[in-house]
Design a protein around this ligand. Sequence first.
Ligand SMILES: Nc1nc2c(c(=O)[nH]1)N[C@H]1C(S)=C(S)[C@@H](COP(=O)(O)O)O[C@H]1N2
Ligand SMILES: [Mo]
Length: 310
Amino acid sequence: MPRNNDTTLRWSDVTPRPLWLNRRQLVTGAAALAATATVALPASARIEATASRYSTDAEPNSLSDITAYNNFYEFGTGKEDPARYASGLTIDPWSVVVDGLVEKPGTYDLADLVKDQPLEERIYRFRCVEAWSMVIPWIGFELAGLLNRVGVQSGAKFVAFETLVRPEEMPGQSSRFIEWPYREGLRLDEAMHPLTIMATGLYGEPMPNQNGAPMRLVVPWKYGFKSIKSIVRISLVAEMPPTTWNMLQPSEYGFYANVNPTVDHPRWSQASERRVGSGLFAGREDTLMFNGYEAEVASLYAGQDLAVDY
Ligand SMILES: Nc1nc2c(c(=O)[nH]1)N[C@H]1C(S)=C(S)[C@@H](COP(=O)(O)O)O[C@H]1N2
Ligand SMILES: [Mo]
């Protein structure tokens, strides 16, 4: 907790517990959009997390679904490896390099980088390219807010992200299968879209390590591999950056990776998905264009052939 007269927040001080259990109360009624949940922290560190109009009404997956079935290859390729091994990851202190075509480059302490960003709860649909899906109540802030704070130069056209490389704590990094660091990227307009968030928690708690603590990207209209975890570097660049799955297998994983039921993966259909935790006999659900966010994001791709720019 903050010391007296010390305005420096530790990471643990800035990740709130929005009153998750009260969310349905908060979002019913005319005042829904103005509803905020004040977090019980000392006055010096008081934070509010706002319920968002961008949240889906779909029922969230359980905390145990969200934290026990993960992809985080730094800890191994099995779905249970992240839950098993990620507890050994040191997330405090944590710093993030911001560089490239940016007004205020530097190595930022995470708490400093995010200190003025308004936290919201965003309940988003999440669709992995492997055709499983979840609904996840993230806590986060819009990436645009962070980018505006550091100042994007006019020549920047893309944002590149990198995950931590720390093989002592990330046993999966002893495998050379991926050329570490895990890398991802967005076009600048995608990065600035209000649906694109940096998530620092879920279910009203700090981000579990296996989900990408202390801060990970969430881009809900794209396949899950775009939502890079445990970010240590954000670079504003002029050219489309190399990205991990595209480097590994470009014919299967494009840069855009927009969820699209009409463009199949070369080895499987993307027309339907399995909701994790829905039960053995629940059956598959239809996959929605842009994962259900078509109204918000389709205009970003006007004039692009989505079968080419997959
Ligand atoms: N650094 C890193 N980020 C990553 C991955 C990874 O292996 N390493 N896996 C991606 C994939 S394929 C998916 S589906 C999501 C899974 O997020 P979740 O485990 O929080 O559901 O994280 C993405 N971000
Ligand atoms: Mo994924």
